[in-house]
Design a protein around this ligand. Structure first.
Ligand SMILES: [Zn+2]
Length: 238
């Protein structure tokens, strides 16, 4: 299918990054089952919530900082370099597709990116080091010096609006590909989970690669319930 395809669009979820040491927050026993995620409106309303959100983020920093692209990331980067993949859609926030060789403008991040921060008011970007410095100095999560609004990781939190531009581009990619690869996602988080279905409806072949069954297995042309690194490993360097 990969050899026959003209335009391949991959859609990735947490499963592609677990071999890189990044835990699947949603999995049983994952971080979110122990630590309730902080919803967006709570982050906006409460300094305590913001302090806690940033404490948790910095506690995860050794994990994110040490993560390197895995075999799945590298395989997709190979197909991207070969001109088979115009852009990639991801639910991940770990920046590993960019690390593997995708240009930033070709990574469509549905849930944002946790490797930098952004003001929720004016959108100004800040490095995590800047946030850490301010927190260490004042013990409070900082507000934006430009507009006074809170600074948050550049991720999409629960209750926060989906990024319109990313949703639009993902929609166009799903409609225009002839092979859609859903990789490492349980396909249960909406609206992101609508894209494999859309691609299939628009005539693409749909392949699902995930360790566990997904909600859309019966729609797919091919379902592979197997380790992602092992499944995609042979495409690294091809
Ligand atoms: Zn601002």
């Amino acid at each position: 299918m990969i050899a026959e395809a003209r335009v391949i669009v991959p859609f990735t979820g947490a499963g592609i990054s677990t071999e890189c040491g990044i835990p699947d927050f949603r999995s049983p026993g994952g971080l979110w089952t122990r630590n309730r995620p902080i919803p967006y409106d709570e982050f906006v309303a409460s300094q305590d919530a913001r302090d806690e959100a940033w404490r948790r983020r910095f506690a995860m920093e050794p994990t994110f900082a040490a993560a390197r692209p895995g075999r799945g990331h590298r395989a997709l980067a190979s197909l991207y370099k070969a001109g088979k993949i115009p852009a990639i859609i991801t639910q991940n926030i770990d920046n590993l597709h960019q690390h593997s060789g995708f240009a930033a403008e070709h990574v469509i991040e549905l849930h944002g990116n946790t490797t930098y921060a952004r003001c929720i008011g004016c959108g100004e970007q800040y490095g995590l080091a800047w946030v850490k410095e301010r927190m260490d100095a004042t013990s409070y999560a900082p507000d934006c010096p430009a507009c006074g609004e809170p600074v948050k990781t550049a991720t999409i939190s629960f209750g926060q609006a989906m990024p319109e531009d990313a949703m639009q581009r993902a929609d166009e990619l799903a409609r225009s590909c002839d092979l859609f690869l859903a990789i490492g996602s349980s396909l249960v988080v909406w609206p992101a989970a609508g894209f494999p279905m859309l691609a299939k409806e628009c005539g693409a072949r749909l392949v699902i690669i995930n360790n566990e069954p997904t909600g859309q297995d019966e729609l797919a042309d091919l379902v592979i319930h197997h380790d992602i690194g092992e499944t995609l490993g042979p495409f690294v360097g091809n």
